[in-house]
Design a protein around this ligand. Sequence first.
Ligand code: ATP
Ligand code: MG
Length: 416
Amino acid sequence: MFQSKLFTKIERNAPKDEASLNAQLLERGGFIYKNSAGVYSFLPLGWRVIRNLSQIVREEMDAIGGEELLMSALHEKHYLKATGRWEVPVVYKVVAGEEKEPGYNISWTHEEPVSEIAAKYVNSYKDLPFAVYQIQTKFRHEPRAKSGLLRGREFLMKDLYSFHATEEDLFKYYARVAEAYHKVFKRCGLDAVYTLAPGGEFTVSNTHEFQVISPVGEDTIFVCEKCRYAENEEIAEMKEGGRCPKCGGAVKKEKAVEVGNIFPLGTKYAKAFNLQFTDERGEKKHVVMGSYGIGISRLMGVIVEQFNDKNGILWPENVAPFGAHLLSLNGADGARVYETLQRVGIEVLYDDRENVSAGEKFAEADLIGIPWRVVVSPKLGEKVEVKRRNENEAKVMEIEEFVKMTNDKWQMANGK
Ligand code: ATP
Ligand code: MG
């Protein structure tokens, strides 16, 4: 993509109405636009990141048998009335046309609609188990929407729902989802701590959260330094300075951001929507469900909070909007390099702008944070100068050498 054609522009200064670092950097870089508190639009650069994150999540959900679908965002009120959740404070309700009272809500989560849909197709134990998921927009009237993408009033979530004949089968699948989540976060460059969290009215036991340790986190967790066993403070029996109940290691108290969670729901939703099956002996039973979330847009915010320096963002390779940022300095023609990189499948943002100084191009490239910077300039002749965003040293080489080097790195990262 040619940077001269990109409709967004880099902003030098941080937006005044934004206290959170992820939002500041992402707005300055032209990744997102703030529509109102907690409501953001994803601009071309930001949408590329969201697409990469979504693709990673998709691959891992498909790998555990998840079937992707897309459920409606507008929910007639019978859904939440059926489970007593119509009065939940974060739910946005909609007054339609000339009606006086709200008759709908906009999607904040989908346990109710997905249970009603499943009830249409499930009859026998032979129809179970299965799992469906979507990547979809959720709306919640969060009272404090001051953390940029970490807490949106409108945000992107992946929500997976699983359906089982027995609790035993649910817990087997629950463990597989936990495995898949670890893979997702690892591929996103994040170290997420698997954390025990309390259950609630709708779960059959405790739940688990995936927490990324960060000073901007709104949650507090206790983590064992040795085996990484962790508990959310809402449920914790562990204490700072105490010993881990699993291995005796030292316990630390940490602030953390929840990037995902998994819930063993049991039969509450199935009961509300008459979701039943006939077992092997001809007995009618309620389906046992699980629900599993990942905050896709929150993930983008967490990544920026984890990977930045004073000059801007440092995107992990797997989620970066482009693989390489090609800068043409002092009127050099980067066409050959651009085509070479594109041909081998490296996605390139090509800063082909004329009359922009080298200093400005470097500063903007650092802010945008693409993993590799590739420079062409008259003084380099046919060669290019390449630098990783997270290293200070630049190297001069032939473009073919760069292609080979990144290709080798890619193969190593993917176990080839
Ligand atoms: P939190 O405790 O942070 O409010 P939650 O328990 O309400 O989260 P869930 O309803 O289980 O979260 O949603 C699943 C996932 O969606 C969370 O793990 C989180 O990653 C993400 N998420 C939840 N609320 C928001 C929000 N307001 N903005 C962005 N992402 C969110
Ligand atoms: Mg919440």
